[in-house]
Structure formats: structure tokens, C-alpha cells
Design a protein around this ligand. Structure first.
Ligand SMILES: [Zn+2]
Length: 121
């Protein structure tokens, strides 16, 4: 008689515990999922402006290389002074011999000629 009881007890305990084990966690997960969804929606609503801001920042960052190119081109068009005649000329059009800058090859020739004269005189 005793083995039958123990078997019965085991069955009842299993039948009792198994639905709990099956139902309990799934309900928990359902609640967690619902709460997580609500939190996600709330957080998304709050974060949405920031996300748009980030998108704007990313867009500006993407546009930045062209602006950088402009600044470099502006630097190229920076005015430099001719050492011979003192005329201000764009650096990309100026004639450079080392660190000295000339507005044209004419000034370069004149300067070198005057230097020769100075050396001669
Ligand atoms: Zn010059």
C-alpha cells in the first residue's frame, strides 16, 4: 500500500507543480514584456528629439568635408606680399622661391638683378 501512496503523492505533487511552473513564468514574462514595451515607448518618446538632434549633427558632420574644402581653398587664395614691389597677390598665383614670394617672374628677375647689382656695387 505504501508504494502506491508515494506514487500517488508524487503524481499529485507533479500535477500541482507543473501547471504552476508553466503558468507562473509565462505570466511574469508577459508582464515584463508589457512593462518593457511601455517603458520603450515612453523612453522613445523622450529620446525622439535627441535622436532627431543626433541625425542633424550627423548630417552636419557629413556636410563638413565640403566646408573644410572651402576653407582650404580660401587658404590657397590668401594674399601674400611681393618682396620686390610690395604688391599683394593670391598665394596660388604668386611665384615662390623658398620663403620669398614674388607677384610675377618679372619681379623675381628684377629682384635677382638688383641683388646682382648690389653684389657688384
Ligand atoms: Zn612684384
Amino acid at each position: 500500500m505504501s508504494p502506491m501512496r508515494s506514487a500517488n503523492a508524487q503524481r499529485t505533487s507533479r500535477s500541482k507543480s507543473s501547471p504552476r511552473a508553466h503558468n507562473g513564468p509565462s505570466l511574469k514574462y508577459l508582464i515584463i514584456a508589457v512593462v518593457a514595451a511601455l517603458v520603450f515607448v515612453l523612453v522613445y518618446r523622450r529620446v525622439r528629439p535627441y535622436l532627431q538632434l543626433i541625425q542633424k549633427v550627423v548630417n552636419t558632420l557629413n556636410q563638413e568635408p565640403t566646408e573644410r574644402g572651402r576653407t582650404t581653398s580660401q587658404a590657397e587664395h590668401k594674399l601674400v606680399r611681393c618682396v620686390n614691389c610690395g604688391t599683394w597677390v593670391p598665394s596660388d598665383k604668386a611665384t615662390r622661391i623658398g620663403s620669398t614670394i614674388y607677384c610675377s617672374t618679372e619681379c623675381l628677375e628684377k629682384r635677382s638683378a638688383s641683388n646682382d647689382r648690389k653684389l657688384a656695387g
